[in-house]
Design a protein around this ligand. Sequence first.
Ligand code: HDE
Length: 685
Amino acid sequence: MNEEKEINENSKNEQLELFRSEDNQGKVMTTDHGLKLSEDELSLTAGERGPTLMEDFHFREKMTHFDHERIPERVVHARGFAAHGEFEVYESLKPYTMAKFLQEPKKKTPVFVRFSTVVGSRGSLDTPRDARGFATKFYTEEGNYDLVANNIPVFFIQDGIKFPDVVHAIKPEPHNEMPQASAAHDTFWDWVSQNQESANMIMWLMSDRAIPRSFRMMEGFGVHTFRLINEKGKAHFVKFHWKPVLGTHSIVWDEAQKLGGKDPDYMRRDLWDAINMGNYPEYELGLQIIEEKDEFAFDFDILDPTKIWPEEDVPVKLVGKMTLNRNVDNVFAETEQVAFHPGNVVPGIDFTNDPLLQARLFSYTDTQLLRLGGPNFHEIPINRPVCPFFNNQRDGFGRQTINKGQVTYHNNALANNSPKTVGEAEGGYVHYQEKVEGRKIRARAQSFKDHFSQATLFWNSMSASEKKHIIDAFRFELSKVKSKAIRQSVVDMFANVSVEMTTAFAETIDTIPPQSGGTNITKSSPALSQELTPKTPLTRKVAVVIAEGYDGAVVNEILKTLQTSGVQTAILSDKLGIIKGSDNSKLEAKHTFLTDGSVAFDAIYVNGGKKADTSFEMEAKMFLKEAFTHYKPLALSNEGKQWFEAQNLAKEPGVLLFTNQESKVFAADFVEAITAHRFWERKVN
Ligand code: HDE
């Protein structure tokens, strides 16, 4: 297993195959030790009504294993979902880095990506207002490289020593363990108002970025400044980005909350289904590069993780593509046991002195030691590098490898001093020789102390609807904060970002609006808004609502057009099973009003049906009204049109009524509306 082989996109899968069990199908049940069993439902007892006997090794083994099935969940990012895939560069990145997996286009490197929420427990929901983790393990020929990213490019704090504080503050409060997976409570906002470096991150957290539509439709950011080093030893500062090919999209807050009840697995299901259907999610890798000589050329410190590098000032160069194309076989073995670490680097990629990054370099191994039960977690199949690995680390709980040989120390003569270290020319990792000097102090540079300018930049860059969502998010979160003093402190803090914004929510949360404040930042960064992100009908989900006696000709035309445009359709009715059209055509309903709210879909087409009763009509009206208030495209014909008109909602944008045009034209217009995604200009109240 541990031999040198050319790495390609299949390398990790082939390695995992060595550890996969056969399916249980048709097999005889045995103990863990291979003994065939004759009985699995009755314990061994002394007589039919007597006590259970200690001798019952099968009972003991089965129960003991069960008792020990759980491992500690991750202290943050506990709820996650993952998939396998591959990565390739578009052009050689040789001018910037010697990392071998970034040298040649067409060379494919296997990857494993775990997406996550940050705050909630493992059994919480997929759609809270929260940052999302986006951690990628590249299995390269030089060892594993981990890009452990989030979907928000900045962080709450500048120094990792404060991480336990922010996490304690945002997690459920310790005296009553409430609320789950939510920042909307006193301790979090108390912490925010006492730690003003969080301002920029809070703007992102209150924005649509914190309620993504899908893992397939969110950006990823390495957050920290890293270094790329080329063969000549020249370094560049770099920030890493993932750009989803489908664009960056979000849902609305009311939808997010309802989805939490209707389908807490909404985002993992979306990823799982997309991969199973062959709609492989794709993300382009982007680099922002700053020359070493320009380290101090910006009005922020490039080592400060609460700052972005505005894309208009430092463009993102798209250098490669990652495709996720295979679901996991077993969530525990892969998604739960995968262990990421920002310190897993390869030659050509190095760190900077960002104080948040430095703290992470300690924390990730430390946490795995507890979570995965000891120092051998690198041997768990999902964590193993695909290249060979040799050293003198030995033993410990759960050791898998049978290391041969007598010698387990360095230097040695007995084994010719092997395993030996090698220089850079042979692939040995040499840390970048940055010159550092200074006194031992606990202090932060002045250049880290502007906490508000970029928060204002973010606000300035939002569209009108995005601004409204941010204001509503502040209102929601702060309305749940019981202490009026904390609410006022937050208002006073965000007055520093924008008086316009803070005034818009201050009175609604029983606080005194600011009289003055704001920064002198007037510029905006269009890249921060989701307004201009790519939009496509591909993989959008549309509910086609029909009752008995639906109009077969129209419905079939619409289904055909949607499907050929790459839209996913779902037939929905008041019951499961075959529904007959007025022309005797048949469609099978696999979704119902009861099981799937309108929130499960991106757009709705209601045809109705001649035989629809009043209960169907009531349900359809509620379904439509809800989708309408979420700004979704709606197409209506036949009874559907009448029901909707009865609610006086017909003239708003994004509502398509089938009048006398051809159903082909109607269907094409609907696809166009689906491509627009949401109609924010619609008046919903
Ligand atoms: Fe993490 N973080 N983090 N983090 N983080 C963990 O590691 C930590 C930070 C991120 O899917 C933990 O294995 C510290 C920034 C992701 O398995 C832990 C600090 C970013 C994941 C930890 C940070 C991240 C984690 C918990 C501040 C975006 C999930 C379990 C110094 C760039 C990885 C684990 C997965 C997980 C510590 C800040 C992203 C405790 C101390 C900034 C995506 O080690």
